[in-house]
Ligand binder design. Structure first.
Ligand code: SIN
Length: 513
């Protein structure tokens, strides 16, 4: 489908109209949208699994003929976002949610029903009503991924391909430099869509899959495209605590609290009482901070989610049940031990609501992007929604751009020299100094550590990821230092209150210590 082309500048070379980097919801929806417009699409995938696959709670969407409304969903999203959402972006994305879900159903997705023809709705933190559709109980992401993998089976998906660099001529994208088993190569293309997901592996423990290493942030930085709001890293309040090390840890979906579970400490006291009018269903930043404060006060390693009152727990939450059983916990008989865990990047590559970045031909969608939807704290289950809506729009926009741009010719450059820190060292330092609560002295320690990063060749996926993590950490630290206030999921113990002067996105500069 994609011609080999353009020899002469070293390494393998191919051509496409649109290259999509990533195979989660945003990537595959974008790829399908571009393919359906007749474009030659190549999808690059470095990893076996996606964050989409692990999503549990569901998709927040306003269904027609219910008591819900776009206005109500927008209001909840803005309230959770701590004054930093772009209201127009939120409205645009929320308003297109149902149509995007309907397309996903056309592609084969099936959601749980309360009655024949009527989707079951659950609730999560920050939502004023039940508006979250789900599948397989708490296996929504797995169903979305299954449906999209099926629909995308006809596409040209390249596994074990790692993107090294977005190539451009200063004005527009010309292709992507890629590493695969044959070595370095170039795919010449006028449109490139970053759908690389998040950055959870900046931290020692995260709900994210192995591939969430900030790759798209680094690719966009190197292409000179703005990054925004990266200080707002969302810690999910309830990641399973089993006393074992790090890496990807199981998520305990917020929908369990939506069905009545409560957070308690080791003494059986409520963790969220008196913290927020919505209690255990307060927005995620509020609940994560309340847990963090309680752990600091008690010195305990975890708090507990008491779900024993939920009828038919195992049927409704099979994924969580399996994870708990694997950790030796029976959630129907004992409270589930949980801690906050790195979960979602609210910021990212700055785009409009069609995924367009500042560089012609470069698009971003899904967690890697910052559309203005999430502000300082994402509302639960708005991520699959955004991936569906903006993924589709980005695919369409990339297809149109490719049609207008015609053939492009990239120069296959050697990858620029890059630096990286040892990954466990970086993860320990980020976990210590840039987690739920930060302060200037810890962030400056981090900045000093990042300055010790050493040259790293880009010979393997691991190298590329370590470099991307280091680049991304630099942006997070600079942004977290610059925001001398607390807002959304950015809590500064040295600046504990919001400051109206900071009610806007910051352009991260180098860390100022
Ligand atoms: C969850 O199921 O609690 C996670 C949903 C989300 O991250 O939006």
């Amino acid at each position: 489908m994609n011609d080999y082309c353009c020899g002469g500048s070293g390494g393998w070379q191919q051509r496409a109209d649109v290259v999509v980097i990533g195979t989660g919801v945003a990537g595959l929806v974008a790829a399908l949208a571009a393919h359906r417009r007749g474009r030659r699409v190549v999808v690059l995938s470095k990893a076996a699994d996606t964050a989409t696959f692990y999503a549990q709670g569901g998709i927040a969407v306003v269904l027609p003929r219910t008591d819900d409304s776009v206005d109500a969903h927008v209001a909840d999203t803005l309230a959770a976002g701590g004054g930093l959402c772009d209201p127009d972006a939120v409205r645009s994305i929320v308003a297109d949610g149902y149509a995007a879900v309907a397309e996903l159903v056309d592609d084969g997705a099936r959601f749980d029903e309360a009655a024949p023809g009527q989707w079951a709705l659950t609730r999560e933190g920050g939502h004023s009503r039940r508006r979250i559709i789900h599948a397989g109980g708490d296996a929504t992401g797995a169903e979305v991924q299954r449906a999209l993998d099926g629909a995308a089976a006809r596409l040209d998906i390249r596994r074990k391909h790692v993107a090294l660099q977005v190539l451009h001529d200063g004005a527009a994208v010309t292709g992507v430099q890629v590493l695969n088993a044959d070595g370095l190569g170039v795919i010449h293309a006028p449109s490139v869509i970053l759908a690389t997901g998040g950055l959870g592996h900046l931290y020692s423990a995260t709900t994210n899959p192995d591939g969430s290493t900030g790759d798209g942030i680094a690719l966009a930085m190197w292409a000179g495209v703005p990054i925004g709001d990266l200080e707002f890293i969302q810690f999910h309040p309830t990641m399973l605590y089993d006393g074992h090390g790090g890496g990807r840890r199981p998520l305990i979906t917020e929908a369990i609290r939506g069905e009545g579970a409560v957070l308690i400490d080791a003494q059986g006291n409520s963790v969220t009482a008196g913290v927020h009018p919505m209690g255990d269903l307060a927005p995620r930043d509020v609940v994560a901070a309340a847990i963090d404060a309680r752990l600091n006060a008690t010195g305990d390693p975890c708090v507990y989610l008491d779900a024993r009152g939920i009828a038919e727990f195992e049927r409704r939450f099979p994924t969580v049940t399996a994870a708990c059983h694997a950790a030796g916990v029976d959630p129907t008989r004992q409270p589930i031990p949980v801690v906050p865990g790195a979960h979602y990047s609210c910021g990212g590559v700055v785009t409009d609501v069609h995924g367009r970045t500042d560089l012609a031909g470069l698009f971003a969608a899904g967690e890697v992007a910052r559309t203005g939807m999430h502000g300082a704290n994402r509302l639960a289950s708005n991520s699959l929604l955004e991936g569906l809506v903006v993924g589709g729009r980005a695919g369409k926009a990339a297809a149109e751009h490719a049609a207008d741009a015609g053939a492009s010719r990239a120069v296959a450059a050697e990858p620029a020299p890059r630096v990286a820190l040892d990954r466990p060292l970086l993860q320990r330092a980020m976990s210590r100094h840039a987690s739920v609560v930060r302060d200037a002295s810890g962030l400056c320690e981090l900045a000093a550590l990042l300055n010790t990063a050493t040259d790293r060749g880009l010979g393997s996926r691991r190298d590329v990821e370590d470099v991307a993590l280091t680049v991304t950490a630099n942006v997070v630290v600079a942004a977290a230092l610059a925001r001398t206030e607390s807002r959304g999921c950015h809590h500064r113990s040295d600046f504990p209150d919001p400051d109206p002067a900071f009610a806007h996105s910051l352009v991260p500069a180098a860390a100022a210590c």
